[in-house]
Ligand binder design. Sequence first.
Ligand code: BGP
Length: 501
Amino acid sequence: MSQKGVFNLAFDDHFLWGGATAANQYEGGYRDGGKGLSTADVMTAGAYDKPRRVTWKNPTTGATGGTPMQFGQAGRQVPEGAEPAVLPGEYYPSHIATDFYHHYQEDIKLMSEMGFKVFRLSINWARIFPNGDDEEPNEAGLAFYDHVFDECKKYDIEPLVTLSHYETPLNLAIKYNGWASRKLIDFFVKYATTVIERYKGKVHYYLTFNEINMIDMSGFLGGGIINATEQTRAQGAHNQFVASALTVRAAHKIDPDVKIGQMLAYSPLYALTADPNDQLKAQVDMQDTYFFADVQTGGHYPAYRLKKYARDGIKLDDTPEDYELLAHYPADFLSFSCYGSNTVTTHKTAGSDAGNFMAGVKNPYLKTNAWGWATDPQVLRIALNNLYDRYHKPLWVVENGIGWADELTADGKVHDSYRIEYLQQNIAAMRDAVTLDGVDLMGYTMWGCIDLVSAGTGEMKKRYGFVYVDRDDQGNGTLARTPKDSFYWYKKVIATNGEDL
Ligand code: BGP
């Protein structure tokens, strides 16, 4: 690094400021242009205290029903013999979402008004290959994203494209048990190479799997796995790693200017006390997250996971070539989502279910939002340092933000001072990681920049955006867009390259 770099106290001029979205939560148009169904299209809305459901139909008996999404638990998402399906009379938030499909010109214009340099979106796999295993891609689907990328180009906005963001083609879930099957590797690589070739020169940054570690928490969301067990989820993760390596190899051949990133859900775990047992618990529990980056970015299976698989009797369907691929084609950069930190303890504490190794406890130093997510003013500095120390690869914060039940007030505005405060703290911590600690950071895309549907609850009420969208939890509303106070604040942040928060 040059001396100038060392003493630089701001983000450099190439820093990519922007916002992030995902097709299934934002795009809508779920059957338009020949799109097939994806796993997201069979998920109903839940609420803070009510899980989303996967709806299903038994083709033989005709019985229908809904099964709650089991986060953090192994198990089938639908009963034996039944198939996830769209049922008449049910409300599915992904079907219209906030209708980017018909509003993309307006939305990208709003992004450009804020000064976005980058727009993170996902391509809905089932728009390109409606069944996932089709011979030929769907031209109307490919053309839609051409229009979107051309619109970005008009405003000098770089697209950052997630190839799979909780939207596995439904047919692949039903026919193959999703990513539990090695067949998905080939289907995905075909899809990935089709789009990388098609958008050559228009798209320079791709992410393979959104929050790849989600497959461990929900096999259905993360991998379209209907019969989710520790064995099928481990196989699903392995198959995604191999698919990612093959995508890196293919992408570099198609276009040497393309960079393929990993995308990890990352929340640092704090120990509640200085008790060595708590410290150890925080360290060991983090292995569940690090495993995914150790393989996809680090290029090898870590010993702690191999020991766990041996203990649990997990046997992977793998080949020696898989491990060669993993070692030779790691991700070019590591991107991650980070909303806050979690805290763990081995002690019983009031109001927590300590003792349950999966559960977090309340950190007395942090505030939480209405959905119980802790906001942590230092989290990005801590996260960025942890990840940079461990992987020495360029990083990218591709999700950060705060969900809030925003209100459009009588003056026709949304006064989201809480969001501005959250982002001020988070961006300041990120700036410290770059300017004081020297972390190599490519960019920042605030999550849900235009209001969209929540992934966890399917609610519309849980909003993240700089722009309010008129739509409610029953699917009513004009879909009109209104900039919130944070819209003007973020515009200033980008204009001053993060100096004026
Ligand atoms: C991440 C997902 C996003 C997103 C975000 C906020 O896990 O990658 O898709 O939605 O979290 O979560 P939620 O929508 O549940 O508030």
